[in-house]
Write a protein that binds this ligand. Structure first.
Ligand SMILES: [Fe+2]
Length: 380
């Protein structure tokens, strides 16, 4: 029997206005570095956080230069601001990129050294970081409850995994997501669905992760279309946000699979948003895995609202149909061909995908030829 575990010490606050619970952790005189991006400054979303910090009486500095795929250099810039300001806490406001930069800044302040020393197979963080708080503004990445930070280094997305990167508290506040445009809502929501589906069928799954993943799938099936269609639907935003956090925790503990393995090199080498790559790869990855765990896919079909009956293979296949219908309703493309016109790199991409560490948790072995065949399909 394999021993499995579930470790999530992060305190989670959830619901409209949850950001105000920061007052339970910060106090007057605390020196806070807010890590965010320019979009959230321009949209005025940052004002909702500044209001809370003002009420508490914190002093704060804003680092708003986090790009879409942050690099080691961006971490160094944020770290310098943090050290110069003599921060006592780090608050991330944003999607996965600001949250991931905030994680490593918090850990590097106490552990010292350079980011590269800690990336995959590097040395471990031994000390807890300075207090770290997360306010996600997208519902997809799940970074607010994961031990991973993904930073681009030398053109390859590299992760750092450490329990020391888990925030002290995360505030899942749908009021911070109301202005998210439909396309971003769709692709981040599909990222969350991919986390949930891959976690549910992953080799590392167990009853605790399966129940979190299953609830996430059900909520996304019920509410993602609504959040896409009407961004100001607070109830839909709230449920999709909850699903994203559940899915993030489930994948962090259970592992991912072939879809994320393929999305990794695709997004590193080409300018493809992570959620969009996952969305388009997901049905193909599911089709490949069906034969390994058909009963789980039949369960996913019911979670996505399919009234399944008949033999197990047909019921499992309904899960793929449900995902394709969702993609169509979210008005997402069915191919990545526009992003990747030169097919000569497919074998290299497939090799990189098959070598991704997370491919090992896929329920079926992930070979180079399987990856290449799926890439051919999504590039049609
Ligand atoms: Fe993802």
């Amino acid at each position: 029997m394999t021993i499995k575990s579930f470790y999530l010490p992060t305190r989670i606050y959830f619901g409209p206005g949850a950001r105000r619970k920061l007052s339970s952790f910060l106090q007057a005189g605390d020196r806070v570095l807010v890590i965010t991006d320019q979009g959230l400054v321009q949209s005025g979303t940052i004002g909702k956080l500044e209001e809370v910090l003002n009420e508490i009486g914190c002093l704060w500095e804003i680092f708003n230069e986090v790009p879409a795929n942050p690099q080691a250099l961006d971490v160094e810039k944020a770290l310098k601001v943090a050290r110069d300001f003599k921060v006592t806490a780090v608050v991330a406001l944003g999607g996965g990129s600001p949250m991931d930069v905030a994680k490593v800044v918090s850990a590097l302040i106490t552990n010292g050294g350079r980011l590269e020393e800690y990336q995959w197979e590097g040395k471990p963080f031994t000390l807890p970081g300075i207090p770290l708080y997360m306010l996600p503004t997208t519902a997809g990445t799940g970074s607010e409850v994961t031990q991973v930070a993904v930073i681009v280094d030398r053109a390859t997305k590299k992760g750092i995994r450490s329990e020391k990167l888990l925030p002290l508290a995360s505030f899942i506040d749908p009021e911070l997501m109301l202005t998210l445009p439909p396309f971003i809502t769709a692709i981040t929501g599909m990222d969350a669905l991919t986390h949930a589906i891959e976690a549910l069928v992953a080799r590392g799954s167990h009853p605790l992760t399966e129940s979190w993943a299953a609830t996430a799938i059900k909520l996304l099936g019920q509410y993602l279309r609504r959040a896409f269609a009407a961004g100001d639907d607070l109830r839909a935003r709230e449920q999709v946000a909850m699903a994203s956090t559940l899915a993030g925790a489930a994948m962090d503990q259970a592992g991912l699979g072939i879809v994320h393995a393929l999305a990794g090199p695709l997004c590193s080498h080409y300018d493809i948003p992570h959620g969009l790559a996952n969305a388009i790869l997901l049905p193909w990855g599911m089709e490949y895995n069906l034969v390994a765990v058909p009963e789980k896919y039949a369960y996913i079909a019911t979670l996505l609202g399919k009234k399944t009956k008949g033999e197990i293979r047909a019921r499992a296949r309904e899960a793929v149909t449900a995902v394709r219908e969702l993609l169509s309703d979210l008005e997402l493309p069915s191919t990545l061909a526009d992003f990747l016109k030169e097919k000569k790199n497919l074998n290299q991409l497939a090799q990189e995908a098959a070598n991704m560490p997370l491919a090992s948790s896929n329920p079926r072995p992930v070979s180079v030829s399987v990856c290449e065949a799926i890439l051919e399909k999504v590039l049609r």
